[in-house]
Unconditional design. Sequence first.
Length: 485
Amino acid sequence: MDLDLQSIQEARDCLARGKNAAAAFASFDQEAVDRVVTAVAQAAEGAADRLARLAVEDTGFGVVEHKVQKNLFAARDVYEYIKDLKTCDVIAEDPARGLTEIASPVGLIAGITPTTNPTSTVIYKALIALKARNAIVFSPHPAAAHCSGETARLLAEAAVAAEAPEGVITWLAHPTPEAAREIMGHADVDLLLATGGLAMVRAAYSSGKPAYGVGPGNVPAYIDRSADVPRAVADIVASKTFDNGVICASEQGVVCDAPVRAEARQEFERAGGVFLTEGQKEAVAKVLDAGGKLNPAVVGQPAARIASLAGFDVPPEARILIGFEDRVGREAPFSWEKISPVLAWYDVPDWVRGCERCLEILAYGGMGHTLALHARDENVIREFGLRKPVFRVVVNTPASQGAIGLTTNLAPALTLGCGTLGGNITSDNITPLHLLHRKRVAHGRDGGEEGRAEEAAPRPAKAVDARVVARVVEEVLRQLYKGGP
């Protein structure tokens, strides 16, 4: 049997096991579900380092230490956020309004996972699916099949050891595009949770199934004249170099207000930023551009490696390659989402022009996702919040870490909805509450049986003026005996 047929059959086997497990898991109470979720989180935490190393070995993307942190983010921060959520049976009651909310699971979820975050995404999706009492089948990216599969195997064993049904977590050991399509369109799948390239997310939304997907993140970072410039630069560098820039919320272009331009550039150079000459910038642009699309060879690579691919060397301490840019669009690769430690640099005369430039960048592949703002002027912060077509405006914090909820109070998540602006069904950070149904028991507004009984009871007669009665009787008699006694 060739690989395509083998993978399709494997997908069908996983789906059958997952569907049976979903039916059994749906009967678990909150205590039993929480026991499973806790066991899975603890297993993920214990294996965070090993899984991170596997991810880098398999894909060649990113930094081991940073992937460890992402695994721990999923195993600890996501877990801490969801562990006390009510997700089973009655989850809310409002006696005064006669409303009761009852949670029911979605069923079997298909988890489509990427190469850029191949282990942390599996941990995160498994936890939020299980917390909502669902089973999940993973379809990893083929280039990350080993590390994603090993993560799923580890979590599945922990779940079953905590008395979850066999098959509550399944995965494709031999993923192919054909198998992914089989899963996404299969009758047994109830919902898709898709993270990956734009083509994969579009396929998920075109499958005919309910789906949560992620739009691209071409994130601008605006540094206003009111900013704490050293802190702003430190935040951008910390975000852009984290795991070599593979998180979709990482900054792609710096838009800098003129009065702080010199200070900001100096701070970037001090932090390991290399401002490219025009010739170097053009050489890097050619490396970035693979026929109008981002070259996979640069994804998740360190700055020195990308410079080498472009034909020049940078100092060993170089962390980010920065190119001066004044265009946005297909002909300007520095304006794209680059998924690597490469930044575009735009100078602007004031915050109004900065606002316009950020809009241009977002319109070219970042609508609905995230914008990073570094400012202390509350008017500027408010205007950016009101006017920007994104659903995460992260202020004075690293964009990557802020958008996923690590350094902000946003819900901790590794799937970030971009709303209809980004072609998504939600603008939220995805949590277990997006993966369950809410059944509502609603009593009539009259208060139910008690209210109806009160309505049917005899009502006391109202006192009537005797003179009024006498006049009415007299008039009736007069009308009856017109023309006679």
